[in-house]
Design a protein around this ligand. Structure first.
Ligand SMILES: *[C@@H]1O[C@H](CO)[C@@H](O)[C@H](O)[C@H]1NC(C)=O
Length: 224
């Protein structure tokens, strides 16, 4: 098995690149670890890589079953029997998961035709009805929610970007931390540049590629 870890920019068009990993990468790559670019790993990432996906899951990610799953889709979606029935035969009740941290079995992805399944929902959104408000995340929920292999929450200490209200800082969630994720509207590099960092942004500062001379070379050496 060839091993490849990929970090992609979270910039808008590239948000959709994660959908095409199975097509972009050579067939010899059978597993991929996808990580957003607004996070830091503070543990041995090989442990996340080695996640057991069980007998049939194509995707593993930290799940959030207390999040209000209904709110990720519009009334137009829930009131359309053909659309909403997509969740009826799932292995478990569908839960929200964040697509910023994913372990993907590319062989199972290719065999399951998941790229085409994701594109189907993006076409519905574009041509038939507005079934969700967010960009690249809801198609993943439509295809995978309820069939995701759950990953420990330590691998996504999320929300450090803060609330949408300007200037609101977040603290860590209780429990161990293997990965810090500045998901949310605020970003540490913007707050650092603006001279108004949140306390946890200090952890980001040493890795800010524009701030630290040599950081980019270190990073490239680390992934080579
Ligand atoms: C979940 O979200 C839906 C749609 O936004 C809302 O109608 C419903 O009341 C929410 N449920 C809970 C338990 O908050």
């Amino acid at each position: 098995m060839r091993v490849l870890a990929v970090a992609l920019l979270a910039a808008a068009p590239l948000n959709y690149a994660r959908i095409y990993l199975a097509d972009l990468l050579p067939r010899s790559v059978s597993r991929v670890l996808y990580l957003d670019s607004d996070l830091l790993v503070v543990d041995d990432v090989a442990r996340l890589w080695a996640t057991d996906l069980g007998p049939d899951a194509a995707l593993a990610a930290p799940e959030y079953c207390h999040a209000n799953f209904t709110s990720y889709f519009t009334d137009a979606f829930w009131s359309h029997p053909e659309y909403s029935s997509i969740f009826t035969n799932r292995g478990r009740a569908p839960c929200y998961f964040n697509t910023g941290v994913m372990v993907i079995d590319l062989d199972r992805w290719r065999a399951g035709g998941y790229t085409v399944k994701l594109e189907y929902w993006m076409e519905v959104q574009k041509q038939e009805a507005r079934i969700y408000e967010l960009g690249s995340l809801p198609p993943f929920l439509l295809v995978f929610a309820g069939e995701v292999k759950a990953v420990e929450h330590r691998w996504n200490q999320h929300g450090l970007g803060g609330d949408n209200v300007a200037g609101q800082c977040r603290e860590l969630h209780p429990g161990p931390v293997s990965l810090l994720h500045w998901s949310g509207k605020g970003k540490p590099w913007l707050r650092l540049d603006a001279g108004r960092p949140c306390p946890l942004d200090a952890l980001w500062a040493p890795y800010d590629l524009l701030r630290r001379r040599g950081a980019r070379d270190d990073l490239l050496a680390a992934v080579a």
